[in-house]
Design a protein. Structure first.
Length: 339
């Protein structure tokens, strides 16, 4: 059995083929191939005979893993964050990286990453596109308010038809007026884009399989969870059954605090912020909503903020909310209101 380590880049792939001979790792072949040369890549796979392959979970690994599955007995996607050996090596080259991957695969020491299904990838693409468009709309509005603030003319209803009509009558410098009109046009275009993305998300949700449809119904029962929160949580979590426990979900969202302990001394650090930033952000937003609108979470927020401060209390609420969501999905139970 041969073991192949593939160091994948945007333009080229560096391969290292190894075998285990009498307990030692022996390099049998090295080769670098252009990513666009699909025929040469397929010929390389056919020439290796029975083999296993490993590639890091980079931005473009999906097409390569799909191609390799046609020839390899097993394709492993390595977790780049956990495979720190390559990143911390003093001799970091494509040749070394490919060899380390192949050697770790041969010794069954690869920290394997979860591969999202095509549906999860599509769901994430839609929700992240929506996030980008919404962020652009917020940026445009802030810029427009900044211009009018310099003229002491910012109004709360600026982005309504009446508010914009009043703003159009203001006497502004020529270039400020031109920039404001251009921003208004840009705002209208992005608002239409946001409607299209929302419509696409709605159509996508209507085709959900049974397990996902049940998850949508369960999350809808939770107060404060609207369409955006629901779609973001489901898209970023993917298959929630892949997590071994609730702590793994919290770690995936980066809502777990770091810890340093030595000789009996323990120090709690800030949030690790490792994992999905979009999931972490949406849980913080949910925490802000529920601590204002529900007595249960408001009381908990007050209790924690007295000893830890408001910012840490909000993060703690977000973490507990994520635990509740995971428990709801795991057990198939709707949200239970406090007595």
């Amino acid at each position: 059995m041969r073991f192949i380590g593939a160091d994948l880049h945007k333009k080229t792939i560096t391969f290292c083929v190894v075998e285990i001979v009498q307990g030692k790792t022996c390099v049998k072949h090295r080769q670098r191939i252009a990513c666009r040369d699909i025929e040469c890549i397929e010929k390389f796979f056919r020439d290796q005979g029975p083999h296993q392959l490993v590639v890091e979970a980079t931005i473009g690994y999906e097409w390569f893993a799909g191609l390799a599955e046609k020839f390899a007995e097993r394709v492993v996607v390595a977790h780049a964050g956990k495979l720190r050996v390559i990143a911390e090596s003093t001799r970091k080259t494509d040749k070394v990286d490919a060899f380390v991957l192949a050697e770790f695969l041969a010794k069954d020491m690869i920290p394997e990453a979860w591969r999202p299904t095509p549906r999860v990838r599509q769901h994430r693409a839609l929700i992240r596109r929506r996030c980008k468009v919404q962020s652009r709309i917020t940026s445009i509005k802030n810029t427009m308010r900044g211009i009018l603030t310099r003229y002491n003319a910012d109004e709360q209803n600026l982005f309504t038809k009446l508010g914009w009509k009043q703003a159009s009558k203001l006497k502004l410098l020529e270039q400020d007026r031109w920039v404001l009109d251009d921003l208004w046009e840009d705002l209208n275009q992005n608002t239409e884009r946001l409607k299209k993305v929302d419509q696409r998300l709605s159509e996508f949700g209507a085709t959900a399989p049974i397990a996902e449809a049940e998850a949508r119904a369960i999350l809808t029962s939770m107060p404060g969870v609207g369409t955006v929160t629901l779609e973001t949580v489901l898209a970023e979590l993917g298959d929630w059954r892949r997590f071994r426990n609730a702590d793994a979900v919290v770690s995936f969202a980066g809502l777990d605090p770091g810890v340093r302990e030595s000789d009996g001394r323990r120090k709690n650090l800030r949030l690790t912020k490792a994992g999905s930033p979009l999931l972490r952000w949406i849980m913080i937003q949910l925490a802000h909503r529920l601590k204002r609108t529900t007595a249960r979470w408001r009381q908990l927020f007050v209790q924690i903020s007295r000893r830890a401060g408001k910012k840490k209390a909000t993060c703690a609420i977000a973490r507990r909310l994520l635990l509740v969501i995971y428990a709801m999905l795991r057990d198939g139970r709707a949200y239970q209101m406090a007595a």
